[in-house]
Structures are given as structure tokens and as C-alpha cells.
Design a protein around this ligand. Sequence first.
Ligand code: PLP
Length: 391
Amino acid sequence: MNNQEADQYLLHTYNRSILFTKGEGMYLYDDQGKKYLDMGAGIAVSALGYSNDDFKHALKSQIDKLIHVSNLYYTEPSVNAAKLLCHATGMDKVFFTNSGAEAIEGALKLARKYAYTKNPTSGGEIIAMEHSFHGRTMGALSVTGTKHYREAFEPLIGGVSFATYNDLDSVKALMTENTCAIILETLQGEGGIHPATPEFIKGLRALCDEHDIALILDEIQCGMGRTGKLFTYEHYGVKPDIVTTAKALGCGIPVGAFAAVEKFAAAMVPGDHGTTYGGNPLATAAICKVFDIFKKENILEHVNTIAPYLVDSLNTLAQKYPNKIKEVRGMGLMQGIELSVPAGDIVTKALEKGVVLISAGTNIIRFVPPLIVEKEHIDMMCDVLNSVFAE
Ligand SMILES: *Cc1c(COP(=O)(O)O)cnc(C)c1O
């Protein structure tokens, strides 16, 4: 196999680069055996790094038992995973999906069903945020705040309007008697690593309470320990009505979920929603093991210990290259540097020097490493960035 062959058969929706063949801890290896330090975690997915023995054994033993039976039956891993996720999120009921976008689809349907149950003529309007990212399926795309992602695929689902992130008044201005949900990322990822202000999150909570509508927090990227709490809304002392998770939830096994508090969850009845694969025993065994390893290996504690070192290191770089780095921002191990040069060039040069980074938008480098990252890896990355910026 070569990269040309890949481009011949794979739909060209990504400009792929390296051909990776294996991973170990914080490192990836290409087909030539070259080693790369991974600071992107496959877009904030591989929280445990690569080839974690405990994780692999749990998956292999589940494969030996049962991979799939559909949601017409009970399975132990799905119930265990649902219980763990309810406890972790503070929600009451969980629905497992196969991806982040599908978790968003379900969350939107649930919010609309709740409003419909109260009043069948409710308009089901949704307020989303500019610069948000919620996924590529039609519903998720409809609430994604980047126009050029949406435009070619219209008409999307109706009744969506976009407010300005961190501007409570802009949300209030869009509220109507038909509004059924406000959806946002607790920390915007793809849109450029923008954390929410406490006033904004708390203000939205109060607004949703006042109107009895759903506050949907998308924690697909910022959740599962990335910002130093299991879910980022915990930093704000606020609980959503519906939360979406995916990415690091399965640490590489494709799985997502939306979870809701009882009041909203009760709106869904048999026949309202479904999935053939969602939450199958293999996927949910992965979730159970992820939670187990997080606990055993004190992952949250580690994130809180190591994140300040990443922030300090990035600030040191920013001080050294004020003409190239405009700002460092983020929470925990979800950091971004805003550049005055194209991020793509920096990412490409870092890759040549053996460091995997990902961008967010055109001028932001996003740092979402495996949560097992150590100081030595951050030093190594900064050395490479230093030499790239110096060129
Ligand atoms: C990645 C992402 C999604 C979409 O997840 P997929 O698994 O790619 O469908 C949705 N919301 C946020 C915040 C994301 O980062």
C-alpha cells in the first residue's frame, strides 16, 4: 500500500499526510519506522496514549465473549458503562452512540421532544453559537457556527439561530417562545480554543431554568478529564440538562453518548430514537475500562499537575516570539496558541521534526495531548517549536 493508492480509493475530504502503523505510549511510528511525539491524540481521543496494556486486555477479553447483540437485549458492559457515565456527569439516563455527531443529533431530538411533550405546536427552535463545532451530520451541522461548513449542504434543519459566544445578551436577543434549547461547547475547540466565562455559563443556566428549556453542553472534546475535571462544566458549578460526550470516552473505540437529567430523559419513549450498534458490548466495555484506568492511574490528578507546566512552557515560547504568537489560552490539557502566521506551516514543519500537532482554524495550534503526557514530552515539543519558530 502507498499513499497514492489511499487517495485513489478514499473520498478526498482530508489532506492526509503520514502513514502511521503503530503507537506506544506518547509515540506514533510511521511505515519507515520513524518515531513521532504525539501532541494531538488523534484529535483529543487517545487520552491514555497508545497501546495501554490494561485497555487492550479488556478489549480482547470482551471480543472473546461478545461483540454485538443490538439494543433489543441487555448486556452487562452497556449497563455498567451507563452507570459510570451517569455518576461521572451527574445525569440520570444515558444513550450510547457511535460518534460525537450522533450524540448531538440525539441531544437535539431530546430537547425538541421535551418541548413537544409540553406543547405539540412548539416550534422547536434552537440557539447555537458562532464559531461552534458540533459535527458533520445534518443536525449537528445545522448547529455548527462556521458558515462555510454549512453552506453547500443547505437546507439544513430549521429553527436554528446563532448567538455570540460569551455574550449573554446576544442569546437573550434570540430567545422566543418557541426556543427549546441552547447548545454550546463548554470550551470551544475547533473554533479556536475559547473557554466560556463563568457569567456566560451561569447566565445560560438561569435563562434555561426561567424558560424551562434544555441547556445542552457539548463536552465531546473538552470532557473526559481534559480540563482537569471529568467534565468542564464542573469548573463552573453548573449542571446542564443534556450533555454530549465522545472522543476520549472510548479512547479510540468509536463511541459517544448523550446523557440527560430525568426531567428531560423522561420525554423519550420506545420508538422515539434508536441505533443498531450504539453502546454495543465492545464499545461499552471500552468505556468501563477507560473509567477504571482514569481512577487507578489518577489521570485527573496528573492533568492538574502537568497542565500548568504546559501553560508555562507555551507562555515562555510566546514571550520569545511575540511577532509570531499572539496569545496562549485554554484550560488544563486543552490549550491553544493564536498565531500571526498560518498554523498549517508550523504544523507541517513540526511533523517533519517528529512532533504531531493539530491546528484549529487557520491560525491556531491546538494542544490536546494524551492525558498521560509528562514534562519531558512538553520540553521535547517546545524544543521543536522553538526551532520551527526560529527558522
Ligand atoms: C469532534 C467534535 C464533535 C463531533 O464528533 P464526531 O465523533 O467527529 O462526530 C462534536 N462536538 C465537538 C465539540 C467536537 O470536538
